[in-house]
Design a binder for this molecule. Structure first.
Ligand code: TXE
Length: 480
């Protein structure tokens, strides 16, 4: 398969002709050749976006909402193809690609179309004047997205950006380019005006950096690692571009003394190992009240031991490979570190420890891994691993649980499990993060603010937060 950039409504090879490989994490095989685009491709995309902008911005928000519904309808027709291609490119189980990635990629468009129709003009009345808040598009926006939920996270930005009248230069992760290509093909199929949505592929420090630096791109919405987020911020801030950063996490699953383990154990397993633990919201640190620790540990390890690690295309597979051999080696280095720091492997471990766990030795397979006995301030327990590795810790009081939850540099998400929802809600307010679930995990209302604090990012996405990020406001005050 050969993938091209999508610029000005057509699929075009990279101007400098450089290509790069896209491989299948389940077997190491070549899936596609993709552009290793450069600044000249970004310049061409910006030119196309500039030409498309006046007409696209001149539409009403409701007319653009109709376009979002058209995109959703067209994606719905190829939902199975989206799931298959996302599973192939990321290694995630086909069941997950269907239920999470394909489903949410479509609902992102449907949600923002519906949300738009519920918006009222914003006015503020004075005794002798009326203030009208007028919104206009930022103009051209750069969307840079990661490899863990490729289309899900790209469409989460594309939908509101289009709705608010912007034209887009999108750069998916070079590791998982295929579903973005499918989105571009869909845009072309429904005749979205040329130049409104442009897609360039390639390396972050090359084509990604070119997007950050382009003077005609007014806003950057970035989702990815914290270290890359620093580079994005350092480059874009002096240019006074609007910036949204959704970065890393090291989230706590907190199990209180009154929690019902029948509910908690499966919830904690799901929070820990969904998508091979490669979701920034995953519960990678599990804090358990000491009175529940032994029983939880026994039942949690039993369920993890029983998880089916297998070929992503197999319907019974619960966990596929991680995204690449390189990432697998990073994950295994943390398992080695955990042992050095005094940890005890309670389930799983490195390939060397557990032997070949997946259907193909060339695949980046590792068993879900549970580690006990570590200090909550150890490196393994505070640094983001972004893989199927969790650490277990016990606490005595709610205050101690909160102190442990808040001890890392991150602040993205967390969950609290208790039979007393009011107690959970009050405790949740003390967790330094953008999102806390009580007695559930990854239960999403797209109207709510999504994002993190500390090194998990700046800004929020979702509902009105997305609409305001992707627009500028002018307050018009009219004297009576
Ligand atoms: O991120 P990377 P990855 C985080 C997750 C993990 C990371 C994994 O916590 O840390 O994402 O995704 C491009 N200039 N989240 O490894 O490497 C790169 O090409 C411009 C948090 O993909 O940061 C890719 O397209 N761009 C999130 C994108 O940045 C550059 C949810 C991300 O790459 C660049 C999901 C540069 N210099 C994952 N270098 C959340 N908080 O919601 C790289 N890129």
């Amino acid at each position: 398969m050969i993938i091209s950039n999508f610029i000005d409504g057509t699929f075009t090879p990279p101007i400098e002709g450089r290509m790069m490989d896209d491989t299948n994490p389940a077997n190491g095989e070549l899936i596609a050749k993709i552009p290793r685009a450069s600044i000249s491709d970004v310049d061409a995309a910006v030119l196309a976006a500039n030409q498309a902008l006046p007409k696209w911005a001149a539409l009403t928000m409701l007319q653009r909402a109709d376009w979002l519904d058209k995109i959703a309808d067209a994606l719905e027709e190829i939902k199975e193809e989206i799931a298959q291609i996302e599973s192939l490119d990321t290694g995630k189980p086909i069941s997950l690609a269907r239920s999470v990635d394909a489903t949410r990629s479509i609902s992102n468009f449907r949600f923002f179309a519906k949300f738009a129709r519920g918006q009222e003009p914003l006015t503020f009345e004075m005794s002798d004047a009326t203030n009208f808040v007028h919104t206009s598009p930022l103009g051209i926006v750069g969307l840079i997205t990661p490899w863990n939920l490729p289309l899900y996270l790209l469409t989460w930005k594309v939908a509101p950006a289009l709705l608010m009248g912007n034209c887009i230069i999108a750069k998916p992760s070079e590791i998982t380019p295929l579903s973005a290509d499918l989105l571009a093909k869909t845009m072309q199929r429904i005749n979205l005006p040329e130049g409104v949505f442009n897609l360039v592929h390639g390396l972050g420090p090359e084509v990604g950096q070119a997007i950050l630096e382009n003077p005609h791109i007014s806003g950057i919405s970035f989702t990815g690692g914290t270290s890359t987020g620093r580079i994005v911020a350092r480059t874009a801030a002096p240019l006074f571009k609007k910036l949204s950063l959704e970065l890393g996490g090291k989230n706590a699953t907190i199990i209180l003394d009154d929690a019902d383990l029948d509910t908690v154990v499966p919830g904690a397993v799901r929070a820990a190992f969904t998508n091979s633990g490669q979701v920034c919201l995953c519960g990678s640190r599990i804090l358990i009240h000491h009175s529940k620790y032994d029983e939880f540990c026994k039942r949690f390890v039993e369920q993890v031991d029983a998880m089916i690690v297998g070929d992503p295309s197999d319907e019974s597979t619960q966990m596929g490979p991680v995204i690449s051999m390189e990432h697998l080696q990073k994950i295994e280095s943390y398992i080695d570190l955990a042992i050095e720091e005094g940890g005890e492997i309670l389930s799983g471990g490195s390939r060397a420890m557990t032997g070949q766990v997946g259907p193909n030795p060339a695949g980046a397979f590792i068993r879900p891994t549970v580690i006990g006995g570590l200090e909550h301030l150890s490196r393994t327990s505070t640094e983001e691993i972004f893989g199927p590795v969790v650490t277990l810790h016990s606490f005595s009081t709610d205050d101690e649980a909160i102190e442990m939850a808040n001890c890392t540099e991150y602040g993205l998400a967390g969950s609290i499990w208790t039979e007393d929802a009011e107690r959970g809600k009050e405790l949740a307010k003390r967790v330094e993060s953008g999102i806390v679930w009580v007695n559930t995990w990854l239960h999403r209302d797209l109207r709510t603010p999504f994002g993190g604090v500390k090194n998990s990012g700046v800004g929020r996405e979702g509902g009105r937060w997305s609409l305001s990020f992707f627009s500028e406001m002018t307050n018009v005050c009219v004297k009576h």
